[in-house]
Design a protein around this ligand. Structure first.
Ligand code: IVH
Length: 719
């Protein structure tokens, strides 16, 4: 799972953006950026989504590089450009180091023994603090006033985030005393603030942050961002504390707290002092037990030598101090309310109980459903609807319920009764193994999944309706979509009421569907947590079934609107569908998305461009498509009314095929509105806003020209 990439890219990347060619366009863009920021600060709806905002700012910055004479005073790029220097331009007073990790008691014993060897005696006490999962910063106070806040950056220098840090809870603008001091600690987002921030972002048309860590990093580094996302701070270190010479860490942090700064010692778990490894292990266990109740993410405990003399004697490597260590926690466990237990039947007929939960954050992800594994397990653990249950999420895997808090069970909670028959087909259940299975196996649910596969928005196989599918499944000819491609006229002819002509037509239609693009194959396979538009996004991103199947959960999250939970589900689903996908490939079904450069090639081009830093990667991504902006980003296009020869879904598909991004609503951000017969208020609104409008027949002609390989441009087809 990606926890390091911010969900938004707040750093202006002028090197890869296309400059405006006219001063007028440049000024208009600045006006737009200012208007977007102003409307936000006025608390109005977001006038621009993050990506558009960043892209526009990048183009303004690129223009200022190309045409320095045009640069206006107070350009919105000014502050941003200062923070965009690699590694940041605020040099740290002393390097901001990282921490080495241990994962269990043995490793902790080994670390303490090594420290003892270096010191020639046991350390004079240790502190235990929560390891907060956020972003490290250094805050400088001069005469009690907060003057500069910098991110860790590369450890030697970081980005200046003073402006954004002004409103961080726990990091006061003014200290209780007029001292000059540097405080270091972690900026993070609490669970409650994370939920609120994502509500705000999505309400304003933005993408939700993947987790609180990304949210904190994205918010802290963003400039002029058009939403309020509250951040918090806990200090874990102090430098140059007046009179602090020789103070133990615990005492120094108490002094910092007295100045009015929030510290890890002041967090609910405090800062226990320990003298032996056994005491440390007990304190770490206590912190681990409290983990789910803190209201913010922690990913471990940090153990530090308390005595500064021990720290000096132990010293540091270039990366991490030898006097401190992070003890990472295993999988995150939280508690949540069990609202219901659903019984799901998988593609292969496996029957599993699935927990429906009140939304709960586990491992930084909002979880609403979790596996209960199997019925034996469920009955043995006696988990009941209404219980407060333990929800665990380890890394990228699907969350699981590990048990119920029996002491808070509500009155009247009924034990769960496992199903007597398969809930999908009503057939018998094979209970001989832990994983119960419908005796029908893959045939259970085959009708449903085949109907989905052949539907108009999927593989669009005409003549293959529910009745024929039922007959085929009943006769045992077909159990999965790939079996359709083995059907011949003779077999089909034998079905009730299907003559030779219809059978021949059907075989031709099935045969023709082999050339449907990857996006439709994916839609047809019915990957859980994806629909038509997500299937198209996946297909356009990965370009081939091979690259999609090879994608890691982290890579899947590169796709717009794919967060950790969805990515994990898609990953598991693709693995589950593996045998069917292999069968489809063997039968010659298309596994690529036409007009998209292979993912591996794009990744290689991007890496090469990043290495040479000359922007060559943009060109390597292939020729510009008609609905792509100059910088290769997709234009936002709204199709309203009917496009000749296309369904609504096909109209949206066509937009994406032409390099655009289809949207359902018209706004100032819409680049193009395609207007066909039956268009209503959207067309009127487009006119009112003065947007570019294209009649649907011209759009259809553009699509044809593109499909024919004529390399048309949008301008060629505009009225
Ligand atoms: S002490 C020289 N204490 O963890 C010691 N770090 O994985 C520097 N972190 O970069 C760090 N909570 O951002 C320390 N209680 C804590 C911490 C903490 C979180 C972060 C910090 C650091 C990272 C290392």
């Amino acid at each position: 799972m990606s926890t390091t990439t911010p969900a938004v890219s707040p750093v202006v990347d002028a090197a890869h953006a296309a400059p405006f060619t006219g001063a007028e366009e440049y000024h208009a863009a600045i006006a737009e950026i200012r208007a977007a920021a102003a409307s936000y600060y006025a608390g109005e709806d977001l006038a621009m989504d993050d990506a558009t905002y960043d892209a526009l700012l990048a183009r303004v910055a690129a223009t200022e590089v190309a045409e320095p004479g045009w640069t206006v005073a107070g350009s919105p790029t000014e502050v941003v450009a200062a923070g965009a220097v690699a590694g940041g331009d605020v040099e740290h007073s002393t390097p901001m180091l990282s921490l080495a990790n241990v994962f269990d008691a043995d490793e902790l014993h080994a670390w303490a023994a090594r420290l003892e060897r270096v010191l020639g005696r046991p350390a004079r006490g240790y502190t235990v603090e929560p390891k907060i999962d956020g972003m490290a910063i250094a805050a400088r106070y001069v005469d009690g006033r907060l003057v500069q806040v910098a991110t860790r950056g590369d450890g030697r220098a970081g980005e200046d985030v003073t402006g954004q840090a002004a409103a961080v809870a726990g990091l006061p603008g003014e200290l209780a005393r007029a001292v000059t001091v540097e405080v270091r600690g972690e900026v993070f987002m609490t669970d409650a603030d994370f939920t609120r921030a994502n509500e705000l972002r999505t309400a304003h048309g933005g993408q939700p942050f993947a987790n609180p860590r990304n949210a904190a990093a994205g918010t802290l580094r963003a400039q002029d961002r058009a939403y309020v996302a509250p951040l918090s701070f806990l200090a874990y270190g102090v430098h140059d504390l007046p009179g602090g010479e020789g103070l133990f860490h615990s005492a120094a942090m108490a002094a910092v707290a007295e100045l009015g700064v929030a510290t890890t010692a002041g967090s609910p778990t405090g800062m226990p002092l320990c003298s032996t490894v056994d005491e440390l292990l007990a304190a770490i266990a206590a912190l681990g037990a409290a983990r789910g109740t803190l209201g913010f993410d922690i990913d471990g405990a940090v153990i530090k030598a308390d005595d500064p003399a021990d720290r000096d004697a132990a010293g540091s490597s270039s990366r991490a101090p030898r006097w401190a260590i992070a003890h990472k926690f295993p999988a995150d466990t939280r508690t949540g309310k069990l609202l219901g237990i659903e019984v799901q039947v998988g593609r292969t007929g496996v029957i599993t109980p699935v927990a429906v939960l009140e939304p709960v954050q586990v491992g930084g992800v909002v979880v609403t459903s979790a596996t209960l594994h199997n019925f034996d397990d469920l009955v043995r653990r006696d988990v009941r609807v209404g219980d407060t249950v333990f929800v665990r999420r380890a890394g990228e895997v699907i969350p699981e319920i590990t048990g119920a808090k029996l002491d808070v069970r509500p009155d009247g909670a009924e034990p769960f009764t496992p199903p007597e028959v398969c809930p999908r087909c009503g057939g018998d259940i094979d209970r001989s193994q832990k994983r119960w299975r419908c005796v029908q196996g893959r045939a259970c649910g085959a009708v449903e999944s085949l109907a989905y596969f052949t539907a108009r928005d999927s593989m669009d196989i005409e003549g293959l309706g529910d009745k024929v599918i039922r007959a085929l499944v009943a006769a045992g000819h077909v159990t999965d979509p790939a079996d359709l491609y083995d059907l011949d006229v003779e077999t089909l002819e034998q079905l009730d009421r299907l003559g030779r002509t219809s059978a021949t037509k059907l075989v031709t239609a099935i045969d023709a569907s082999r050339t449907q693009p990857l996006s439709r194959v994916l839609t047809g396979l019915g990957v859980r947590m994806t629909g038509r538009s997500m299937s198209r996004r996946l297909a356009r991103h990965f370009a081939s079934m091979q690259d999609l199947r090879a994608a890691t959960v982290e890579q899947l999250q590169e796709v717009e609107a794919v967060g950790p939970e969805r990515a994990a589900t898609i990953h598991a689903e693709l693995a589950d569908l593996g045998p069917v996908i292999d069968k489809l490939i063997a039968r010659g079904v298309t596994t690529t998305e036409p007009g998209v450069t292979p993912y591996a090639e794009r990744v290689a081009a991007a890496a090469a461009a990043a290495a040479s830093d000359d922007g060559a990667g943009a060109a390597a991504a292939g020729p510009r498509l008609p609905l792509q902006n100059e910088d290769g980003t997709p234009m936002t296009v709204v199709v309203t009314g009917s496009v000749p020869g296309l369904t609504r879904n096909e109209g949206n598909e066509a937009v994406e095929h032409l390099g655009g991004k289809s949207s359902g609503s018209v706004s100032k951000r819409t680049a193009l509105v395609v207007v066909g017969d039956g268009a209503g208020t959207k067309a009127a609104k487009a006119e009112e806003l003065g947007l570019t409008i294209m009649p649907a027949d011209r759009f259809a002609a553009l699509l044809t020209a593109h499909t024919n390989g004529d390399h048309p441009t949008l301008a060629d087809f505009l009225p």
